[in-house]
Write a protein that binds this ligand. Sequence first.
Ligand code: ZN
Length: 318
Amino acid sequence: MSTNTTTKTAGIHHITAFVRNPQQTTDFYAGVLGLRLVKKTINFDAPEVYHLYFGDDVGSPGTIITFFPWAESRKGRVGGGQVGITSYVVPAGAYSFWRERLTKLGVEAQETERFGEQYLQFTDPDGLRGEIVAREEGQLSKWSFGGIPADMAIKGFGGAVLFSTAPSSTGKLLENVMGLEKVGEDAGFVRYKAFGDLGNIIDVNVEVMAPGSGGSGTVHHIAWRAKDDVEHEAWRQHVAASGFQPTPIVDRQYFNAIYFREEGGILFEIATDPPGFAKDEEALHLGEKLMLPAWYEKHRSEIEKLLLPFEVRELEMK
Ligand code: ZN
C-alpha cells in the first residue's frame, strides 16, 4: 500500500482545457469572469499552439485555468472520464452581483442547488461547463478588471465536479491516495473535501457515466497541488505504490508535473506550487509578452508567425 500515509493534497492546482480561439477564450475568462491572463506561452509539446494561463493576480495555485486554443480542434463531448464542471468561488454576498453581470454580458446561466449551496451554471463559447458559488472560505482576490471590484471578484476555484466512468474507484482514489475526506452525498453526487481553502471541494457523480470524447470544449486534465519538489517526489512514489502509473517528473517551467490516468478515465496531474508565474516576468507585467522556454527561444520568430494575435479587453455591458 501507501509508502507515505501523510501525503495529502491541498486541492486543485490548475485545470487545463481545449478550446478553439484565443480571443474568444480571453474575452470569456478575462472579459466576463474577470480573471487575469498571467501567462502567455506555448504548448511545450506543440509549439504552434498557445498555452494561456488565467488566474488571480499572481496565478496562485488553486486559481489557474489554462487553455490550448487550436482552430482545427475537433469538437469534444463533455462526459465520463473528464472534469465535467469547473467551479469558481466568489466571496459570500457576491452571488447576485454575478447573476446580474452574466445577464448584462449576455451569458445564459441556470441556477441549481447541491449540498445546500446555490450554483450559477453556464457554458463558455466552446461548450465548457462552469459554475459560480459563493463561500466565506478563501482569500479575496487582489485583481480587479472589467468593472468587477476586487471584493466581488472570483477568488479561484471552489472545486470541480468530476464525471467518472467508475465513480467508486475515483472516490477511493480521492480518499485513500489524494488525501481528501468524504463529507456527504446529495443530488446524485458524493462530496470530497481537501484541506486547502481554494479548489478544495470535489463532487463525483454517484451513477456510472458514459465516456465523453476529448476535443474543444472539454477539460484535458486536472492538476493537484504538491507543496514543493521534495513532496512531489514523495507523491510520485506514493501514486506508484498505490497501483497507478505516474509519468516521470516533467519540467513545465512554472511548476513540475507528473501525470497518471485514474480508473474513472480522468487524467490526473500532480503539480508543484513553486516556482510560479513570476519566474520569468515581473509580477506587474504578467501575461503581457509571449514567454518561451529557453529551448524554444531560438525559434521565436517562426513560432510567433504561427500564433493568432489577441488582446485582453473589456467587454461592453448590455
Ligand atoms: Zn497541467
